[in-house]
Design a protein around this ligand. Sequence first.
Ligand code: BTN
Length: 265
Amino acid sequence: MNEPVLRQGLGGVKLVGRTLCCLAEIGSTNDYGKQLVYSGAESGTVILADRQTAGRGRMDRRFQSPAEKGIYLTALLRPELPPEQLVCVTAMAGMAICDAVEAVCGVRPGLKWPNDPVLNGKKLGGILTELVIEPESGQPWVILGIGLNVKQNEFTPDVEAMATSLEREGFAVTREQVAAALIRALDEMYAALISGDCEPYLAAYRRGCVNLGKAVRLISGGREEPAVAIGIDEQFGLLVRLADGTQTAVRSGEVSVRGLYGYTD
Ligand code: BTN
């Protein structure tokens, strides 16, 4: 990552990205971020790596992070909010990713519930949010990890059919352009979160969620259940109608959702 070029693109961010830590290689930016929190990081610090050797995804999956192909970023945030208001941060970050891609490419990705940006039915990246509790104060830190595929032209066979990158979809953009737009969008998102102004993000999420109105499979603990996705609740949970006609809300972390035929559809 060309740090001076990235900094130029940041403009006057209020908090997120005021401190940047650009690395050539690391195991996982989330793991490194936790170390920084324990050694006294500033809230808003952003870590970027050109390559991760042990990039992690949700549900204990690996996240492929080849050198200089994607954005591998972790933002360290210390929101002084009650824990119940933190449940929205990952979905709001998903909207920030969509804002950033739209700003740079002119096309807005959809969001596969709970927080995977998708273009043309394929996964463009993902978010891994973790919490660390500050021992002295009990205050939570949000370790917000984002991976975004920018220049990948190939993926390993296990994800080839469902993954894509901006370049694969025809957008010739630099990682610095996308990273700067993403950090700016995260800075705006964070300001909205701490001021309690989450409604525009919820409305945008409801417009952009690609699952709504579609048949889905709810996958949890090796079991699959058919359902229809019918809405998004106030905490960004997915409202579904089950085969017996009952309606329920499913939470991220409890179930994953797939389309009937592919990743989204
Ligand atoms: C997913 O799709 O399951 C989430 C992927 C999250 C990947 C990012 S890359 C930066 C940060 N560091 C990690 O080890 N993971 C996240």
